[in-house]
Design a protein around this ligand. Structure first.
Ligand SMILES: [Zn+2]
Length: 294
């Protein structure tokens, strides 16, 4: 039962929602900065972002997918994290990371797809290590139409070995060991797989089971230093989570919960986000997507 309370408090951020307020944020194409430095404001599920930076479409060890979604924006710390992780993995021959959604130019609620990703500190990374992406820049159409496969065998809680790769484990481990990472959401079956490994488990604390997330994992950074209006999440449990709390996700109660329709309330954003939404002047560093041609 305590897990249901936890879920209620946290909000089911992966469910779709639609509200006029979200559309206001989604239609803005320019970043804005109020104050001297980039600021994540509010919480992951009710907040916004001042001073966002757009992740370039290509970098060493990564390529950005879904360029037309207008969700390539993050706090500069998030951009740095993605670039560092991708470069490190590339140098270790783990493959090229395909990057899904970050956030909108000024953060805020999205009209579809996420409850979180509002403060520029969340990013989705696909479970797809395409060999094609290692040898060339993917075409615009490929970035728009490719999907990552589920790593679960159809209609089951088993990992599909043909879709899973040891490189995924190394990438998750490297991400979880990054000090700026607060937690990483994965499908419960992925967490269970990692728990069976004999390697040291200290970093597994940060790997958190969550609904869906079977074709990507979701990295959430801590509030950046000196972002005094950024609201962090409750601390992680002390244990590595390879215990009864994980077993719950495979219970009948969890399955029933997953099947329920969710109608989350529209988030109430901090007043400061009004100023971010209404700010007129875009900051200079708002690169478009050169090289994609469209
Ligand atoms: Zn996500």
């Amino acid at each position: 039962m305590k897990f249901l309370v936890f879920i209620f408090l946290l909000g089911v951020f992966s469910e779709c929602s639609s509200s006029p307020a979200a559309n206001n944020w989604a239609t803005i194409k320019q970043t804005a900065q109020i104050g001297d430095s980039a600021q994540s404001i509010g919480s992951y599920t009710a907040g916004c972002l001042s001073g966002a930076v757009s992740l370039p479409p290509n970098g060493t060890g990564y390529q950005l997918m879904r360029p037309t979604r207008n969700r390539s924006y993050g706090h500069p710390d998030l951009i740095r994290f993605i670039e560092n992780l991708a470069q490190t993995m590339y140098l270790q021959s783990r493959g090229v990371l395909l990057i899904g959604d970050l956030g909108q130019p000024r953060g805020g609620p999205t009209p579809s797809g996420h409850r979180s990703h509002q403060t520029g500190l969340d990013v989705d990374i696909w479970y797809l290590l395409s060999q094609q992406a290692e040898t060339r820049s993917l075409e615009f159409n490929e970035r728009e139409t490719w999907s990552a496969p589920s790593v679960l065998a159809t209609q089951s809680d088993s990992i599909d070995d043909s879709q899973w790769s040891p490189a995924h484990e190394k990438i998750l481990e490297a991400a979880a060991q990054s000090p700026e990472v607060d937690r990483i959401f994965v499908n419960p079956s992925v967490k269970r797989l990692l728990c069976t490994r004999k390697s040291t488990h200290d970093w597994l604390r940060k790997i958190r089971p969550w609904w869906k997330h079977d074709d990507h994992f979701h990295v959430r950074l801590k509030c950046p230093l000196n972002n005094k209006n950024c609201a962090g999440q409750e601390p992680l449990p002390v244990s590595d989570g390879c215990d009864a709390s994980l077993a719950w996700w495979f219970s009948a109660e969890a399955k029933a919960e997953a099947a329920k329709p969710k109608k989350p309330e529209p988030p109430v954003l901090p007043a400061l986000c009004d100023a971010v939404l209404k700010a007129g002047d875009p900051i200079k560093s708002n690169p478009s997507h050169p090289g994609l041609g469209q």
